[in-house]
Design a protein around this ligand. Structure first.
Ligand code: ADP
Ligand code: MG
Length: 230
């Protein structure tokens, strides 16, 4: 179980209600991501990238197909079990950092510890270490979101997603709010985080220029996933 492939999607189909019809957001999508592998999915806006991550995160149930996390088919699981699986196995980084305005960087991570019911002292040590590992110095770790730059906030966001020790890391357009140089540094960070933490990382972006760090690049077009031409 522990060395099962972290993330497997098999022939996943997802539709949304659309007037009297259904809009197909994911059309028979299959994807396997190994531990320590960074897979990038590029595609235009509306092609289904965020839907792919929502299904992989078990936030949305596909109409058909399977989502297997750490060897476990998530289809038969109830909501409570899915929530637990998500908390234990999956880290999610959204486009907007969604940090709590009143909390310092360290406290953003401790809020996760609180949800997990763990020890605050142990949690604080771990939070400091993780924030340091994503490049935030001691002073920055004491700052609230409005006192941090966009790139620094995204680093906090990434550290927070890693806090629970996930085997799967899902990242949605992490650089869209950043300038090119900061965007590249965040991509570099995601590459090194993937190797260091051994996560199966899926990163989606509409920005093709940021894909150099990926082990594999796939393209999403109208809900279909294909290997990118080199
Ligand atoms: P991307 O992230 O690549 O921009 P999305 O996965 O957000 O693409 O969207 C894929 C398609 O599904 C788009 O046509 C979008 O309008 C549609 N869509 C996304 N979310 C919903 C929803 N909650 N209800 C209905 N349609 C949606
Ligand atoms: Mg999107």
């Amino acid at each position: 179980m522990t060395d099962a492939t972290p993330l497997v999607l098999e022939s996943v189909k997802l539709t949304y209600p659309d007037g009297g019809h259904r809009l197909t957001a994911l059309d028979e999508v299959s994807l396997t991501v190994a531990a320590g592998e960074l897979v990038a999915v590029a595609g235009p806006s509306g092609s289904g990238k965020s839907s792919l991550l929502a299904v992989a995160a078990t936030l949305l149930r596909p109409d058909s197909g399977r989502v297997v996390v750490g060897g476990r088919d998530t289809g038969p699981l109830g909501e409570r079990e899915r929530t637990r699986l998500r908390r234990e196995r999956i880290g999610i980084v959204f486009q907007q950092a969604n940090l709590l305005a009143s909390l310092t960087a360290v406290e953003q991570l401790l809020a996760v510890e609180h949800l997990r019911g763990g020890s605050v002292r142990e949690g604080r040590r771990r939070a400091e270490e993780l924030l340091e590992s994503v490049g935030l110095g001691a002073a920055q770790r004491r700052r609230r979101p409005h006192e941090l730059s966009g790139g620094e906030r995204q680093r906090v966001n990434i550290a927070r997603a890693l806090y629970g020790g996930p085997s799967v890391l899902l990242v949605d357009e992490p650089t869209s709010a950043l300038d090119r140089e900061r965007g590249e540094r965040v991509m570099e960070l995601l590459g090194s985080v993937t190797r260091r933490h051994g996560t199966a990382t899926v990163l989606v972006t509409h920005d093709r220029e940021l894909l150099g760090r990926a082990d594999r690049v796939l393209t999403m077009t109208d809900g279909r996933l294909a290997r990118s031409a080199a």
